[in-house]
Design a protein around this ligand. Structure first.
Ligand SMILES: [Zn+2]
Length: 484
């Protein structure tokens, strides 16, 4: 065996290097057959972690590192004939070794197919596909489960490296589909289950660095095997809230598996586009609401939250973030300004017309650029009344959510410039003032006529509108003083 043809000093060095990571004293081991195999695995493991080797006290660390890596690789190749005799505990010894075994699978085709064969066994699956998704509770435990699935993602990525994408996905799916919590509709503990999140980090690790064409294939593959399009079709075409369980399953699958784990917003945009694009605009809006909209206290989609009363910022924040992503800093061919503005219009009518205050809150959270584009398009299309009401409610949201009123005034000034002549501008300003007056009067009449239970809320709303009016006009007057 190669091991026995090597100088004792080199043997000692490689074993010491291996010990750096394992913190065990292997030097005292006798070099029998099994030790040799274990060592060569550990050598490769350690050598695949450069920093550990570089830190090793050695006068020429870099040269040594490469020499050791080469040696380990040769050694592994030479014992490949004995590979099948590798003790099974190496593969199921401890989940924390998954990363190291994945590094081993890159040594040669034979080793990677051996590892692929090993992970197809029931014993491996029972031990390594951790399924304690419902008992987590503690952050540390959740983190370690996610970390384990990240490592498994790397293992599957590496040991299927030589297969064509489709075969690769089939192989991986055949293993993962046996975990009930990875499949829509098979877990009874949603949304408190960590299954989709684990699946998500697994998938993210697996396809990290793949080009767009391959990611398209992954999406199509997932659609075929999860029937995601059929399920989406059911919820976007039926009345909202009719299938609450399916709605939540789609939301959790899209968010936890496909969207939430990406570091780069470009990746999230890619996946969100894949989910939305096959559908007409009206269904896209409904889908955004399902994926990012507010939830009720019992974990269902909060379909009435934006139509029945003024909602908190957190209820529209995620939808605003999704829209910012579609029409953000990155130019994308798939989402033009017009399509995003139409999408916002559709969204603010899901499931029926939102309270204007909630639409204004969404627009503010979408940021300057989208807010201006949306309002300017109303100005260009002559929707002056609608536009003036939006200006008033932007001011109201600024007042209630403590944003700077200066922003609402500047937005109105910018919109004024969209009108081509003085007459149109004057008409617009008059309409804004009339709406202020009208909204105040409506609330005043409600206070006067309202029943006692609703009095406090309506009275508070009246106060907010009066304050918003005062602060809005103070800012306008202040702009004149600044000009002098
Ligand atoms: Zn579950």
């Amino acid at each position: 065996m190669v091991w026995f043809q090597i100088e004792r000093s080199v043997k000692k060095e490689v074993v010491q290097t291996a010990c750096l990571r394992e913190k065990k004293s292997l030097t005292s081991m006798s070099f029998n057959y099994n030790t040799c195999l274990v060592c060569c695995l550990f050598i490769y493991i350690t050598c695949s972690h450069r920093p550990a080797c570089y830190n090793y006290t050695c006068s020429k660390p870099k040269r040594h590192y490469h020499a050791i890596l080469l040696f380990a690789k040769k050694l592994l190749c030479s014992v490949i004939g004995f590979y099948f005799l590798l003790p099974p505990f190496l593969f199921s010894l401890c989940p924390c070794l998954v990363k190291e075994i994945s590094a081993l699978s890159m040594v040669s085709k034979a080793i990677s197919s051996c590892i692929a064969g090993n992970i197809s066994t029931l014993a491996w699956r029972n031990r390594m596909l951790l399924q304690e998704f419902h008992k987590c509770g503690q952050h540390n435990k959740e983190d370690s489960i996610l970390e384990h699935y990240r490592a498994l993602g790397l293992l599957f990525k590496r040991c299927t490296f030589l297969l064509p994408t489709k075969e690769r996905l089939k192989f991986i799916y055949s293993k993962l589909s046996q975990v009930p919590c990875f499949t829509m509709g098979r877990c009874s503990a949603m949304p408190g289950c960590l299954g989709f999140a684990s699946y998500g980090v697994f998938l993210q690790t697996l396809i990290a660095g793949w080009d767009e064409l391959e990611c398209h294939r992954v999406f199509n593959f997932l659609c075929d095997f999860t029937s995601l399009p059929r399920k989406i079709h059911t919820v976007v075409t039926s009345k909202s809230g009719v299938s609450p369980r399916l709605e939540i399953q789609i939301r959790l699958f899209c968010r936890n598996v496909l969207l939430d784990h990406w570091q780069s917003s470009r990746d999230t945009l890619f996946w969100l586009t894949r989910i939305l694009k096959p559908w007409p605009m009206v269904n896209q809006a409904r889908l955004i609401y399902i994926i990012y909209g507010p939830l009720t206290l019992d974990g269902r989609i909060g379909w009435q939250k934006l139509t029945e009363g003024a909602a908190e910022e957190s209820n529209v924040k995620d939808m605003a973030d999704a829209i910012r992503l579609l029409h953000g800093d990155q130019e994308t061919k798939e989402w033009t300004a017009d399509s995003v503005i139409s999408l916002i219009d559709e969204l603010s009518a899901v499931p029926s017309e939102w309270l204007l205050e909630n639409s204004a809150r969404l627009l503010i959270l979408c940021g300057n650029r989208i807010c201006y584009t949306s309002m300017a398009s109303k100005a260009v299309n002559g929707r002056v009344n609608e536009l003036a009401r939006m200006v008033v409610f932007l001011a109201l949201v600024c007042e209630k959510d403590s944003y700077c009123m200066d922003w609402a005034v500047k937005m109105m000034q910018k919109i004024c410039k969209v009108f081509s002549n003085a007459e149109e501008k004057w008409n617009f300003l008059q309409t804004v003032e009339n709406v202020f007056c009208q909204v105040t009067m409506e609330l005043y009449e409600s206070v006067m006529a309202g029943d006692r239970n609703e009095d406090t809320d309506t009275f508070q709303s009246l106060c907010n509108v009066l304050n918003a009016n005062a602060h809005f006009h103070t800012e306008i007057l202040y702009t004149f003083i600044k000009k002098e």
